[in-house]
Design a protein around this ligand. Structure first.
Ligand SMILES: CC(C)(COP(=O)(O)OP(=O)(O)OC[C@H]1O[C@@H](n2cnc3c(N)ncnc32)[C@H](O)[C@@H]1OP(=O)(O)O)[C@@H](O)C(=O)NCCC(=O)NCCS
Length: 189
């Protein structure tokens, strides 16, 4: 269990399936992700079975549930994937499912906690992400968490009938440790 200011990150459980099914097939949210094809409960259950068993070094992925720290409501998931032991780097992913919960600081907070896990628990050196150019809210949240924009993949995303650029962002361990040196946590219990 890891705590931010507003969010708590915990292990995903099979009992999260209903919450995920409530929020995942929401076009308003999925248009910001790489795929907006509806997912069946069956496919989601299979994904969740894999996600609940995944081990960072063995499977190269860690996916945690984001909860509201006060109410324990399920908000979404945050992940590190393509974790490379050799390169000590990983890709970052996040989704707060219900648009009513956007813009309230949960994404920035959950990102900081996942960066803390990546750098302070897993010992990674670099964490990177790609986000669609039209995801301005995401870019703002990632900047607030400490990511820096490093470049652009031109026309790398296809959504709503047109190509869009992908913005690449990353953060190095040294940058993160300036904000959160060893011993400093993002939030308390
Ligand atoms: C991206 C996401 C994780 C960000 O989390 P969040 O909780 O909404 O973000 P935060 O509230 O922490 O920060 C968002 C910031 O962007 C600002 N913002 C909101 N809408 C904006 C817009 N259209 N343009 C620019 N900035 C915007 C907010 O005001 C806030 O900044 P502030 O705190 O300085 O006011 C969340 O919105 C989400 O899951 N979206 C849908 C799925 C998604 O995009 N996943 C990531 C794919 S790469």
């Amino acid at each position: 269990m890891y705590y931010g200011e507003k969010a708590k990150l915990r292990a995903l459980e099979m009992s999260d399936l209903d919450s995920i099914m409530k929020g995942w097939n929401n076009y308003e949210m999925r248009r910001f992700l790489s795929s907006a094809i509806p997912m069946s409960q069956n496919a989601e259950r299979e994904w969740l079975e894999r996600a609940t068993k995944a081990k960072p070094w063995q499977d190269g992925v860690i996916i945690l549930a984001i909860e509201d720290k006060k109410t324990a409501d399920f908000l979404g998931t945050v992940s590190l994937f393509d974790i490379s032991k050799q390169m000590q780097r990983a890709e970052f992913g996040i989704a707060i499912h219900n648009p009513d919960n956007w813009g309230k600081g949960y994404g920035t907070d959950a990102a900081k906690v996942m960066l803390w896990i990546g750098f302070q628990v897993l010992g990674l050196n670099s964490i990177y992400l790609y986000t669609a150019s039209y995801n301005e809210r995401g870019q703002k949240a990632y900047e607030k968490a400490g990511f820096k924009t490093i470049g652009t993949f031109r026309q790398a995303a296809f959504m709503e009938g047109q190509f869009h650029d992908f913005i690449a962002m990353d953060i190095l361990k040294d940058d993160f440790l300036k904000m959160y040196p060893p011993g400093k946590v993002v939030g308390e219990v």
